[in-house]
Structure formats: C-alpha cells, structure tokens
Design a binder for this molecule. Structure first.
Ligand SMILES: NC(=O)c1ccc[n+]([C@@H]2O[C@H](COP(=O)([O-])OP(=O)(O)OC[C@H]3O[C@@H](n4cnc5c(N)ncnc54)[C@H](O)[C@@H]3O)[C@@H](O)[C@H]2O)c1
Length: 460
C-alpha cells in the first residue's frame, strides 16, 4: 500500500510555469550585516523557519512557484533528511523534495546559512506548557533568528497559530530590538494563519484562500503581494489581530461543534435515536447547517490545543471562555465513554472486558495521515489496558505503537486478527480499510465512525 498517496503537488505543478522573480537589490551594510569583508550571504526570496507539517508544504509551494527558498529548522535530522531528498511529512512525497532541491531549495540548521531572504515566514510549533498556558518559546526563538537577519524592506510573516496580539506584542518588539528597524516603515510585519488540512486531497495552499493581516496597511500590502505568488486568493484582514483571531475562530468553531454532536451521541444512544441519521437528514437543509460527526475525541496539533490559546487570552480579561472549556470537557470525556460502550457491548455478549482480545483499528488522529499527535486513541488504549483488555492494533500508517512505554502488538495478518478478536473497535476510518469485509468477518464491532452496519455492530 502506498501510504503517501496524496501526492497533490506532483505532476500538476510540475507543468506549471515558474513565476519570474527579480533578485532583490542588496543594500550595502543594511540590517546589521558585518562590515568585515566576509562574503555576503546568498540571497533568497523566502526563508521558511520550521519545516514541519506547515512549513514544508509552504516551502514546496513557493519553490514550485519559482521562488528561491531556504528552509531553517533546529532539528538536524529533519534538515539532513530533506537535503538528502527524504520527506518526514506525509503530504510531501520524496519526489517533491527532489524537485524542490532541483529548483535550488536547501535546508539548514545553521543560522549563518539562513542567507539573506526577502521574506521570512515563521511556521514553528505553538504547544501548551505543563500548566496548559501558551508556550511561545519557539516563536520567540524564530523571531530572534529573524531579527538578526532583518534588513530594510524585508517582509516577516508569522503563520504559527497563536492568540490575538502575538504578532504585535511578542514578535514585533523582538524584531525591532534586534534590528533597530521599525515595523511598518523599516520592514513589513504580518500574520497569516495556515489552513493546511493534512490528508485532504482537494485543498492545498494554492487553492485555499489565504488570510493576511498586517501590522500596518503597507505591511498588509507586502504580505498580499507575497502570498499572491502562492495562492489563488488572498483575503485581507483589518489587522494582524483579526488574522490571528480568524484561525482561532475556525478551530474553536470545529471544537465546539464536534463537542455538540459528541454530547448528543451520548444521550441519543440512551434515547434510542440514531444521531447519524438525524445528522444526515439535517444536512439536506441547504442553508444554516453544517454537519459534524461524533467520534472518539479530538486530536492533532490544532483542535485540542489552539482554543486554549484563545481561552488563555480571554482569562487575562478576568473571565473564562465558557464555550471552549465546555467543549474541552465533553471532547475529553469521549475516550472514556468509548471504553464504557466497549465494555457494555462485550457484556451484552456474555464476555467481560477484562481478558477480552480487543483489536483497535486506526490510531492516528484523522484518516489517511500518519500524524498521532494528541490522538484520543492513545487514551482509549490506556483505559482499555487498565480494565484488563488484551490489545492488538492495526494502522496502515503506524508501524509501531506504544502505550505506557510498552509496544502494543501490531496485527500482522489483519484478516485473521479481525476474525479472531472478541471485539474490533474502528477508531479511524483510513481509506485503505475494506470496511465491508471487516464488518462481515468480525464477531463484534464498535464503530466510532459510523461507517458500518450489521446486527453484531454497534455504532457510536
Ligand atoms: N499541522 C497542522 O495541521 C497545522 C495546521 C494549521 C496550523 N498549524 C500551526 O502551525 C504551526 C506549526 O505546526 P506544525 O504542525 O508544522 O509543527 P511541526 O511540529 O510539524 O513542525 C515544526 C517544525 O519547527 C521546528 N522548530 C521548532 N522550533 C524551532 C525554532 N525555534 N527554529 C526553527 N525551527 C524550529 C521543529 O523542529 C519542526 O520541524 C503551529 O503553530 C500549528 O498550530 C498546524
């Protein structure tokens, strides 16, 4: 099976005519360059800081659009892999890395090799600290690097998801202090939320409208010009703050609506209502309704984390963001609920959960990606283990899966394992799965994705 099948960029973009880019003028001694006669660093159109799920596709889109791109990442393994033509991001196949390299892309972990870019885009992680507060250390680190590179006329864009005010209150002061330049006059500063949807074969950077918000109107002009080279449509926010809020609104909206259907799934089960059928019927309304579906919880880098950035900021005003906190509570309860339903289903079939052979299908946080970050399946697995279940897992994207530091047995022969397990729990409906066959051959199924039907199948 080719697990990296979403090769959206390959082929289609290979035929694309490169955009002509004029090499930037190099102002002598600008931006604090050492006046010591050393060779000037090589110029580039774009420096991407942070080459992960967000930064690498951006670097690819820019390179395929004809820009000269350099990538900077602290992770030396990531850098060495990319320079050797390997990809660590499922949506960017090695063939695309090869083409990027052929077009002049290079990656580095050395600040002095970051070159002299016209534009810097920061795509570093924005996780939570141990007390669930925003951890902006990577953003600060990237702003430090950028500040040392800054020269007049440069554009700096923050793409990392963060709370409203970060660009102005955190990034701008670091850049201005390091460079002695002022945002809006000396250089341009903007925020542009990344809307990448890993595993989505229909939408990529090019055809997803790109929101930009500038520190000043002229900063927004510069950001609009830059993203106009990579994206079919650029949407201007009133300022960087509105652009920052846009991303958090999008993710919070998803978080809350997923929580809504998850809570409804719990009481619908008790009321004897098929919620998925109600969602299907409601979806026929041509206006005013968007379908969300229940599941075992939320995962990934965005939905479980980003709304915390907003609730943190709201709490600085002296009150909570109640919707987010409620959504977190409901979505966080789902893995435990799945385990309760598994125990109930086994019990109805005269089998205790303790000692039952349970096969987990799909351990990533969404279908058709290898990303396991914040996957609720990990919590499901831990809770099943603590109640005595004997676990096996299968995931076409995950070769090794550990719980509590110990490897869980991977089903080598999926057909045999499906047929022999006391219970199969479908947690992620990867498109590689033959769901009809799984439904036919399994003794009991708990389907958390609503993809199968049958007398021996229980759907969340
Ligand atoms: N993954 C998604 O689907 C997604 C979607 C939209 C927005 N975002 C946001 O984009 C940002 C990046 O997310 P990601 O998923 O690409 O993260 P990632 O972990 O996949 O990649 C981040 C990369 O940045 C590097 N890095 C960390 N600190 C650095 C530093 N100081 N300097 C240089 N490199 C550094 C890491 O080594 C890593 O390779 C986050 O704010 C995230 O919330 C992610």
């Amino acid at each position: 099976m080719n697990i990296f099948r979403n090769n959206r960029a390959a082929g289609r973009r290979r035929g694309q005519a490169p955009v002509a880019v004029t090499p930037p003028a190099q102002p002598a001694g600008a931006g604090g360059r050492p006046p010591d006669g050393r060779a000037a660093p090589p110029s580039s159109d774009l420096l991407v800081i942070g080459l992960g799920y967000v930064g690498l596709p951006l670097a690819r889109e820019a390179a395929f659009s004809g820009l000269r791109v350099v990538g900077y990442d602290l992770n030396a393994d990531v850098v060495a892999g990319l320079n050797a033509g390997r990809s660590h991001v499922g949506d960017v196949p090695p063939a695309d890395i090869a083409e990027m390299l052929a077009r002049g892309f290079r990656a580095t972990s050395a600040e002095e090799e970051a070159g002299d870019p016209d534009t810097v885009v920061i795509c570093v992680p924005t996780p939570l600290s141990a007390d669930s507060a925003p951890d902006l250390s990577a953003v600060r680190g990237a702003a430090g690097v950028t500040g040392r590179l800054l020269r007049p006329g440069m554009l700096v864009v923050l793409e990392s998801t963060t709370y409203p005010g970060t660009t102005d209150e955190v990034v701008r002061p670091l850049l201005e202090k390091a460079s002695g330049l002022t945002a809006g006059t000396g250089f341009s500063l903007a925020f542009s939320p990344e809307r990448i949807d890993p595993g989505n074969p229909d939408f990529c950077i090019r055809n997803t409208p790109k929101v930009v918000g500038g520190q000043t109107p002229s900063c927004a002009d510069a950001a609009e010009r830059f993203y106009g080279k990579l994206c079919d449509q650029v949407v201007r926010a009133r300022s960087a703050r509105e652009a920052e809020m846009t991303k958090l609104l999008e993710n919070t909206y998803r978080h809350i609506n997923i929580a809504l259907v998850n809570e409804m799934a719990i009481f619908s089960h008790e009321l004897g209502v098929d919620l998925r059928d109600a969602i299907r019927c409601a979806s026929t309304k041509p206006f005013g309704f968007q379908a969300f579906h229940p599941g075992p919880g939320v995962g990934g880098h965005c939905i479980p984390i980003d709304p915390n950035y907003l609730s943190y900021k709201v709490r600085t005003l002296g009150y909570p963001f109640r919707f987010v906190e409620l959504a977190q509570e409901i979505n966080g309860r789902m893995p435990g609920y799945i385990v309760d339903r598994a125990a109930e289903l086994l019990n109805r079939n005269a089998k205790p959960l303790n000692g039952a052979h349970v096969l987990l299908l799909g351990v990533t946080y969404k279908p058709d990606v290898a990303d396991q970050r914040e996957s609720p399946v990990r919590v499901v697995g831990r809770k099943l283990c603590s109640r005595g279940a004997v676990l096996t897992y299968h995931d076409p994207f995950v070769e090794e899966w550990r719980l509590n530091g110990k490897p869980v047995r991977r089903a080598a022969d999926l057909d045999a394992e499906v047929a022999s397990a006391d219970l199969v729990i479908l947690l992620q409906d990867h498109s590689a799965y033959d769901l009809d066959r799984i439904a036919r051959d399994a003794r009991l199924v708990l389907d958390t994705r609503g993809r199968t039907e049958g007398a021996h199948i229980e759907v969340l």
